[in-house]
Design a protein around this ligand. Structure first.
Ligand code: SF4
Length: 378
């Protein structure tokens, strides 16, 4: 098995743009950790049949809403059930507001060797707009505290494309992020997801959405500045200094199997996808009743092919041309696929290099449409 993902759905408050499964019902943290430990036992066979664990990712929600004691219980469970590689990458997502000196010290008592924080922006007005709990000052302090405790492998998330944001404002945010000297930076455009308060603001005309041209110039600015600073643009939204790419996320993008524990978590064993119920109460009740409520699907050959195209094109490594010539692909590939592939190659959206096909800079700007053109129909 490549990875273990554990979903911690607790948040102190809800952000304006968020459509992740999370809850502010903090009284249930203890019983949720009990349920996670129980789920590991329920799915022990699935786990023991799997390979060595190379990555662990505690995500959310806000994992740093759990006490160090509860996280310790969780890690003790994981390490007692799984065969975890001693060099495993072990990531926890933290909200900067939760990273106090004592919490950072507590993290060092756990197997955690990588911390990921959603800083989003260094502008306090934009942070307030997003309903984030932290301030820009607290972001800087949290990185400082983690570094002081010896954490080198720190990742931060940024957002761009806020209403009224200009490329200059975004440029200032990137400069501040670079000045932190962290090895990994992810940057996402602000998304208007269905059902979020942010989308309601947009639909009621109360905010102005940044136009496509400005978004594109912001993305270009990001890539240029990150590359100039020595970061490798290894995935559409991810940049790292040499050797610090997220091993856990790379395993998703290279089709490795993983097990997802907790409410709303997804698992993949190479053939099937399964997902746990996105309800805290039903998850806890189900697990203690001896079974996890979950749904699943078996991927068809076409699903596999489409996933391969989508995940590999996200990364700098791109598609292995041998895969396209393999018997598995040849049986299902259509003339239309070949036509569109040639079209994107001759238009310069894709480039061929060392037996692989990847998105060019031009192709990065229209990645969604290149990918969807190359999907086969089931
Ligand atoms: S902290 Fe993260 S998971 Fe929680 S509401 Fe905000 S964006 Fe969503």
């Amino acid at each position: 098995m490549a990875g273990v993902y554990v979903h911690i759905p607790f948040c102190a408050s809800r952000c304006l743009y968020c459509d992740f499964f999370s809850t502010t019902e903090s009284a249930k943290k203890e019983s949720y950790v009990d349920a996670l430990l129980q789920e590991m036992l329920c799915r022990k066979e699935e786990m023991s049949a799997a390979q060595r664990v190379e990555t662990i990712y505690i995500g959310g929600g806000t994992p740093s809403q759990l006490s160090i004691d509860n996280l310790k219980r969780l890690f003790d469970g994981i390490y007692s059930i799984y065969d975890v590689n001693e060099n495993a990458e072990v990531t926890i997502e933290c909200n900067p507001e939760d990273v106090t000196a004592s919490y950072a010290a507590g993290l060092t008592t756990l197997p955690v060797n990588r911390v990921s924080m959603g800083l989003q922006t260094f502008d306090n007005n934009r942070l307030r707009f997003l309903r984030r709990r932290h301030t820009s000052e607290k972001s800087l302090e949290s990185v400082y505290l983690l570094k002081e405790k010896g954490y080198k492998n720190i990742s931060i998330d940024l957002m761009f494309g806020f209403p009224e944001e200009t490329p200059q404002m975004w440029s200032d945010d990137i400069d501040k992020a670079l000045s932190l000297g962290v090895p990994h930076i992810s940057a996402y455009s602000l998304m208007y997801e269905e059902g979020t308060p942010l989308t309601r603001l947009k639909d009621s005309g109360k905010i102005n959405v940044v136009d496509d041209e400005t978004m594109l110039s912001m993305y270009t600015l990001l890539i240029n500045k990150m590359e100039d600073a020595g970061y490798e643009h290894y995935e559409l939204s991810n940049f790292c200094l040499k050797g610090t790419e997220s091993r856990h996320n790379m395993s998703y993008w290279t089709g490795k199997s993983y097990i997802g524990l907790g409410a709303g978590a997804h698992s993949y064993d190479g053939v099937h996808r399964r997902w746990n119920i996105t309800s805290l109460d039903k998850y806890i009740e189900g697990v203690h009743g001896g079974s996890v409520y979950w749904g699943s699907e078996t991927l068809s050959a076409t699903d596999h092919f489409n996933e391969y195209i989508m995940t590999r094109l996200r990364t700098k490594k791109g598609i292995d041309i041998d895969y396209l010539h393999s018997s598995e692909s040849k049986d299902i590939m259509t003339k239309e696929f070949e036509r569109l592939l040639d079209l994107h190659l001759s238009a310069g959206n894709l480039v061929e290099e060392n037996g692989r096909l990847r998105l060019s800079r031009k192709g990065l700007y229209i990645s969604d449409s290149v990918m969807s053109d190359l999907f086969l129909i089931n």
